[in-house]
Design a protein around this ligand. Sequence first.
Ligand code: PLP
Length: 409
Amino acid sequence: MDYSHFFNTALARLHEERRYRVFADLERIAGRFPHATWHSPKGPRNVVIWCSNDYLGMGQHPKVVGAMVETATRVGTGAGGTRNIAGTHHPLVQLEAELADLHGKQASLLFTSGYVSNQTGISTLAKLIPNCLILSDALNHNSMIEGVRQAGCERQIFRHNDVAHLKELLIAAGPDRPKLIACESLYSMDGDVAPLGKICDLAEKYGAMTYVDEVHAVGMYGPRGGGIAERDGVMHRIDVLEGTLAKAFGCLGGYIAGSAAMIDAVRSYAPGFIFTTALPPAICSAATAAIRHLKTSSWERERHQDRAARTKAILNAAGLPVMSSDTHIVPLFVGDPEKCKRASDMLLEEHGIYIQPINYPTVAKGTERLRITPSPYHEDGLIDALAEALLQVWERLGLPLRNKQLAAE
Ligand code: PLP
C-alpha cells in the first residue's frame, strides 16, 4: 500500500484550492519588539512583525521573562506529569488564584492551551447538564465548535451577534430545557464585539447559562485587563469566562473561571484536563507576572488602542481598504487568496514587513485579508513605513484603493 500517496493527494488538494500554508522562520529579539530576525532562504534579515497576537509585547516584558527564568532556575522545567499523577505545583495554584481574582470568580482551572480549555471545557460542561441545548454563535472559533461537537448534545447556531435570533431560539427551547449560550467577546478576524449585556439579559430572562471566550480581550480591555465583560460591567453576570495566557499575557496556556462547584466538576470530569501533563511552573510564574502587571498598569492598554487607532487612520487616509473594526484588530481587505499570499510575500521579501495572509478556512472565501495587529511598540515611523509598503504592493498587484477623498472624510 502506498500510504504516502494519500498524503500527497491531500497536499495537492490544498495547492489546487490555493490554500496551502507556508510559515516564515522567525526569531524574535527580546527587548526590541516588534523587531525580529527572519531566517530567509538567502540568510538572516531584520523584519518588523505586524501580525503577532502577543498583542501587548508582554512576552518580552522584563518582569515576565524574569519570572520565567527565576522559576525555572529554582524548580526546574517540566511539571512532571498530569495533576492526577504528579500533584499540583505551587506556581500553578498561584496562577489559578490570580485568574479567579482577575475575573471576580470563585475559582479557575488551567489547561495547556486556550484551544484545549474550549474543547474540553464546553464538552465537559454540556455533558454534565442533562438534555443540554447549546446555542452557539455562527462565528465561534474552531476550538469552541469542537467543544460543542464533542459534547454530543443538541446544538443550534444563532446568527453572528444577532440577539433577536438568539431570543427566538431561547423561547423555542422552552423554560424547562437547560441551555448553554456559547460566544466570544471579541471576534479576532473582524475585530467586532459581542453585545454581552444583551446576551446576559436574555440568559437571565430565559434561564440559560453563559460561556464567553475572552481570548482576544483579556489583558487588553477593562480597568484591570479582565476583558470586554469587565469593560462592559457584566463580568459578574457571565457563568463561565474562558481565556488564554498565550496572547496579551505573552505565555502559553488557557483557562476557564467561574463558580467553585462548576470548576470542581470540570476538574473532576474533563479528559483534556485529567489525561495531559500540567503547564510547567516557569510558564505559570511568567503568566502570573504578566497578569499582575496588567492589573495595575494601564499604559500598555492605552498605548495599544492609540497605536491601533493611528494605524487605521493612516491606512484609511492612504485609501487602503481597512475593514471597519471596533477594536485593536486592523483587517485589510484583499478578497483573493492568491493576491493575499502574494501581498504577504512581497511585504516580507521587499519591505521587511511580516503579515501572514488570512485565507479560507480561517475566513470565508472571497473575504481574504491581511490581519494587522499594532502593538504598543509600533512607533509612528513603523506605521508610516507600513502604509508606504502597502501602497506599493497594492499598485503592483492591481488591488483597488478606496477613493482617498472619501476615506479621509
Ligand atoms: N479562542 C479563540 C477565539 C482563538 O482565536 C484562539 C486561538 O487563536 C483560541 C481560542 C485558542 O487559544 P490558544 O491559542 O491559547 O490555544
